[in-house]
Every structure is written in structure tokens, then in C-alpha cells.
Design a protein around this ligand. Structure first.
Ligand code: KIV
Length: 280
């Protein structure tokens, strides 16, 4: 985080905070927005305190508590069943595990679509109870009123277009999005509604480039080519924990395999009486 980007945003301890620093200095949404064209930046998802801390220690200062939680942690096939309570629970852990990172928290399916009021109420809970620095919701032109309602209340919002996993399984699927005019209209509607950044998921690389060049807010790519202002990956994909990673993922480790091997060794040691060691 650049020194100029840090700003005290939490001036009092929250009920769920452990007894550590009372004043947290976190990267602001405004600072992230100003990175546009100046600094390519990495984002990763996290769902618990230790991995959020690892990310922060690795110099990643924007962390997304994605509703991919449903797939990679909770064992669902989709993100659709994830609840607001689950997002709050995991957001709290990520906030506790970090001190300076900006924590974006996903609004799960069914918590913002019905009305502006419900969307705002859900976003307020994510900030007030979950400790979110900003929230993210899926959808383009049709969800732009929700973005506007939340942003007007002072809560920074990230948009998310292209493949939108909450509804992908209900019809459109996960294939590459190539409808240029619709994608551009969605991106511009979300920007005009007040979002400070936008995720482009599995959008054709040339269309991503055009969107990135024509928006004033940063684009955050996932499976959308190299032209976005930032890249995001799901932690369990990049660390090799989740078995069903999409083809665009680069696996930087095979922690799933390492964990299985360690557990097998432990189990063998117990069976063969090699663990525990005799007391000295
Ligand atoms: O839920 C999530 O992890 C996401 C990313 C794929 C952008 O929305």
C-alpha cells in the first residue's frame, strides 16, 4: 500500500474485533480507484483469517470475500445457496486476519435483487456486522439502480459483469461472453451508477480492453485477458486446493496434494506406532 493511500477508517473497536489495534488503517476505495492506468494490481479471494493474513503478508492489499465461498469452502456446487449470514461470518474472519488490506465482500444471491431498500439493508449489514470496506454485486444495466442506492448511502460498490456465477447455472452458463454492445452498456451503466471498480468475468479479451479503455474506473479481470487494470483469482484455485479450477487459472502451488500427503503420513505413523514419539 502506498503511504498516500492509507487512511484511518476505523476509529473505534468493533464488537467482533479481537483486542488488538483500536485504529486500523485500510486502503480506501478511492485509493483503489486512483490506481487506474497507474498501477496494475493483484486481488485474491480469502474466506478465513490465516489465509487473509498470508495474502496481506504477500503484499496483496485488496482481498475479496467472494461468494465463491459456496464452492471452494462450503462444498456447494454453486454460489446461489450462500447466505448473508455466511458472508458476514467469513468477512469477520478476514477482517480479523488483516490490518491494512481493503476487504471487499460479495452480496450473495437474493440479498439485493428484490428492491433498492433490501439491497441497501444487506450492504449495511456487510459493513456494520462483517466489517466490509466495500461490497460487490453481480449484474449490469438491470442492477444499476441497486448500485446507485448503495453508493448514495456512502458504501463503496464494485460491479461484476460477464459471467455472473449466481445466475449462470440458471441459464446463460459459464461460456465466454462476447456480446460487445451489451457488455459495454452494462459496464457503463454500472460506472454511471457510482461503482468505484468493476469485475469482468470471462469476457472476451478485446472487449475487456475496450471496456478498460473507455471506463474511468478500474476493471478487475478474471479469465478476461491481460488488458484489465487488475486481476483477481480465487485463492483455492491458485493454491491448488480446489479440484475443479477453470482453464484460465494458473495454479501457483498444489496445497491440496501436499495436505493429502501430510495427512496420509500422519495416519500411517499412527497406525504403525511412529506417532506419538516416546516421551524423553
Ligand atoms: O466470488 C468470487 O470469488 C468472485 C470472483 C470470481 C470475482 O466473484
Amino acid at each position: 500500500m502506498l503511504e498516500s493511500e492509507s487512511k484511518a477508517v476505523h476509529s473505534e473497536a468493533r464488537p467482533y474485533e479481537p483486542a488488538k489495534a483500536a485504529v486500523f488503517r485500510r486502503l480506501t476505495a478511492g485509493a483503489i480507484k486512483r490506481r487506474k492506468t497507474k498501477q496494475l494490481f493483484p486481488i485474491v479471494t480469502a474466506y478465513d483469517a490465516p489465509f487473509a493474513r498470508f495474502a496481506e503478508e504477500a503484499g496483496i492489499d485488496v482481498i475479496l470475500v467472494g461468494d465463491s465461498l459456496g464452492n471452494v469452502v462450503l462444498g456447494y456446487d454453486e454460489t446461489t445457496p450462500v447466505t448473508l449470514e455466511q458472508m458476514i461470518h467469513h468477512a469477520q474472519a478476514v477482517v480479523r486476519g488483516t490490518t491494512r488490506a481493503h476487504v471487499i465482500v460479495d452480496m450473495p444471491f437474493g440479498t439485493y435483487q428484490v428492491s433498492d431498500e433490501e439491497a441497501l439493508r444487506s450492504a449495511i449489514r456487510l459493513v456494520k456486522e462483517g466489517g466490509a470496506c466495500s461490497v460487490k454485486l453481480e449484474g449490469g444495466v438491470h442492477e444499476s439502480d441497486r448500485v446507485r442506492a448503495i453508493a448514495r448511502a456512502g458504501i463503496p460498490v464494485v460491479g461484476h459483469i460477464g459471467v455472473t456465477p449466481q445466475t449462470a447455472g440458471l441459464g446463460p452458463g459459464y461460456k465466454m461472453r462476447t456480446h460487445r454492445d451489451r457488455l459495454l452498456a452494462d459496464a457503463h451503466a454500472i460506472e454511471s451508477a457510482g461503482a468505484y471498480a468493476i469485475v469482468l468475468e470471462v469476457v472476451d479479451a478485446e472487449i475487456s480492453r475496450e471496456i478498460t479503455q473507455t471506463l474511468a474506473i478500474p476493471t478487475i479481470g478474471i479469465g478476461s485477458g491481460p488488458h484489465c487494470d487488475a486481476q483477481v483469482l480465487v485463492l483455492h484455485d491458485l493454491l491448488g486446493i480446489y479440484a475443479h479450477s477453470p482453464s484460465f487459472v494458473r495454479r501457483y502451488a498444489e496445497l491440496g496434494r501436499a495436505a493429502t500427503e501430510a495427512l496420509r503420513e500422519y495416519a500411517d505413523d499412527v497406525r504403525e506406532k511412529r506417532f506419538p514419539s516416546p516421551l524423553p
